[in-house]
Write a new protein. Structure first.
Lengths: 224, 224
DNA sequence: GATGCCGGATTGGTATACCGATGTGGTGGG
DNA sequence: CCCACCACATCGGTATACCAATCCGGCATC
């Protein structure tokens, strides 16, 4: 079990490295990329590159026009659709969570978000912050909701990356997450649903603002 | 544009062939499969096999335990979760559809389901029958809803395949689909939402019944 | 006879060679 | 000077060779 992931580590590592390169805008949105260029850049063969590209394609960080790949541009319309979709599934997810969650599961999430709140590294914080919603979805005991929530977080990942910097935003997020968790723990399904919707709206504003602020850093083809 | 998909055809073809082999129970649920065995069986190299397996993994028709692949067993719990998830997203999808759909789009879907009703080949019929819900989701103008609906249909694809045989079931499905489309066209959002829920419940019963009937054909490891 | 160990067969992961298609830049002709 | 055309570079798709890890079976030993 210890060495079991050794062969996966490299592939996971490549996926993470590629994803990080996209998130950090090292690979600029809208830019065409080729398997062979990435092969040289990341010093691995095309086979794992292809596999990673398929994942990123699924996650919406990479797009294909015809035969060639490109870094996905910021798509305001898509982000709107993602948030609209989130507003459909997440209230229902936390309603189910409020009914089904066990205290120890809630405690685990609570310690997780407190931990991530103490950690300062932006990378860790972002991953934790996104993880919260997925872990809440897991409380619903519905795997479809979990994967859908994963999809939602992944598709807004880059936009949120733009907006992680603000200390105030972090504190707000932590407070709202805690509030949601409290309501789930109290079994208040409707309250949790409302809190989630409010949180979603706040994040949406923050994200769209961040894209607007970053617009000049990104090329014309970087925002659609 | 005509020959543009020539190179894709083979890969798509492999994916379709593999999927068909799984759906038709030619590859039995729960059975372990290896890339090299498939390579010989389908007479293509491992590279496209790997790619197809990744797709099928995502669609839930193939699972991994550790390092090796296996045909996904029928997972009753998962099917329940899929239908529960569908009951969350599809009512909202048709509500949006009822508000946003253009008459020509509805007409296109209507002719499509009538066409598929006339076609007798089970393969074509199944694809059309599943396509209906995805195309309704497209009317919502929300790509997340579309992909989620695609996911839902794919994850129940094999189970529905088991239950496609009945002529009566086909007629019922066609009638319910027509009814849903009528309500969307009339702009009756709530009526369409109710009709979709009723249809989902009917399909769910049908599917679970089909699995129960097929239980003896599938091995012990074929149903979880 | 049971058990433990070792060796070969098989697995997935990776690297690489080859192919046909596509797009592009340079050159020659109008 | 402009346009058409051809050669070449490069792309993604495919096939295949190689590797390390793992699994299984048989043999030797207790």
């Amino acid at each position: 079990m210890i060495a079991e992931t050794a062969h996966q580590t490299e592939e996971r590592d490549l996926l993470s490295r590629l994803r990080f390169a996209i998130l950090s805008l090292d690979l600029v949105p809208g830019e065409a990329i080729s398997e062979r260029a990435l092969e040289q850049q990341f010093e691995v063969s095309r086979t794992p590159i292809r596999e990673a590209l398929l994942h990123l394609l699924r996650d919406g960080l990479v797009v294909r026009d015809g035969r060639s790949y490109a870094i996905a541009p910021f798509d305001i319309a898509e982000i709107d659709e993602v948030f609209a979709f989130r507003d459909i599934i997440e209230p229902e997810a936390v309603r189910l969570a409020a009914k089904l969650a066990r205290p120890d599961e809630i405690a685990a999430i609570r310690s997780s978000i407190n931990l991530s709140h103490d950690e300062f590294t932006p990378e860790r914080w972002l991953e934790m912050g996104l993880d919260f919603h997925v872990r809440c979805a897991q409380l619903s005991r519905n795997r479809c909701l979990v994967t859908a929530m994963q999809d939602v977080t992944l598709r807004t990942l880059r936009a949120r990356w733009l907006s992680f910097a603000s200390e105030e935003g972090r504190k707000t997020t932590h407070r709202e997450h805690t509030e949601i968790l409290d309501l789930i723990e109290a079994g208040d399904a409707e309250g949790a649903a409302r809190a989630v919707l409010a949180h979603s709206a706040a994040v949406r504003r923050e994200v769209l603002q961040a894209i607007e602020n970053a617009r000049r850093f990104i090329g014309r083809r970087g925002v659609v």
